[in-house]
Design a protein around this ligand. Structure first.
Ligand SMILES: [Mg+2]
Length: 190
């Protein structure tokens, strides 16, 4: 079977990692509860930044956030390795910009994710992401972002939502950790 995965906030805990980094860089102690209540993907509001200030802060921080030691979600590497060992095809589809493609691929490999160069897609807007996912004819797709998931689910693809504060309104199969997801996958494909 063909399994497709988003990267940020599906396989790795990027926003929370960025939240801690912002605390340090901006010298602001913001309770983690504030993070867990954010109703959008962007985190800058928790620090009192406008959208423009937030964009600047993100652009300044992104290399550090992407390529140092952002944690993978526990079990994510192992589940993907096991799917690969069982003969399934693993695809990565990330909206990170194209200039981050090669470095992101290398970083994922270093974390232990099974990445094949021709099964890694990077640098597209949400609507292009949907198009690529549909062209790949994936059997299952995993993401955290409402805009992407809603379109794909409407088009009949089997999608799973990585539980995050900004996607709780979505009525789709949901998982909040990778052990749980592995059980869901095993049930689905047996
Ligand atoms: Mg994501």
């Amino acid at each position: 079977m063909k399994f497709g995965f988003d990267v940020d906030d599906t396989l790795i805990n990027l926003r929370e990692y960025a939240f801690h980094y912002y605390q340090e860089k901006l010298g602001q102690k913001v309770a983690i509860d504030v993070f867990h209540e954010l109703d959008r993907v962007e985190i800058h509001e928790a620090f009192g930044l406008t959208d423009e200030e937030g964009r600047n802060m993100w652009n300044k921080s992104v290399d550090y956030i992407y390529y140092t030691d952002c944690p993978t979600y526990p079990g994510a590497v192992e589940v993907l390795q096991q799917l690969k060992a069982e003969g399934h095809e693993i695809y990565y589809i990330t909206a990170r910009s194209a200039k981050h493609g090669e470095d992101t691929k290398a970083w994922l490999k270093k974390q232990g994710f099974p990445v094949e160069d021709d099964r890694f897609y990077c640098g597209m807007k949400d609507d292009e992401k949907v198009k690529i996912i549909e062209e790949l004819q994936l059997d299952y797709y995993f993401d955290d972002k409402p805009e992407v998931l809603e379109t794909l689910a409407r088009d009949g693809l089997n999608v799973f939502v990585m539980d995050q504060s900004y996607n709780r309104h979505m009525k789709l199969p949901r998982f909040s950790n990778w052990t749980e997801l592995h059980e869901l996958i095993k049930d689905e494909i047996k």
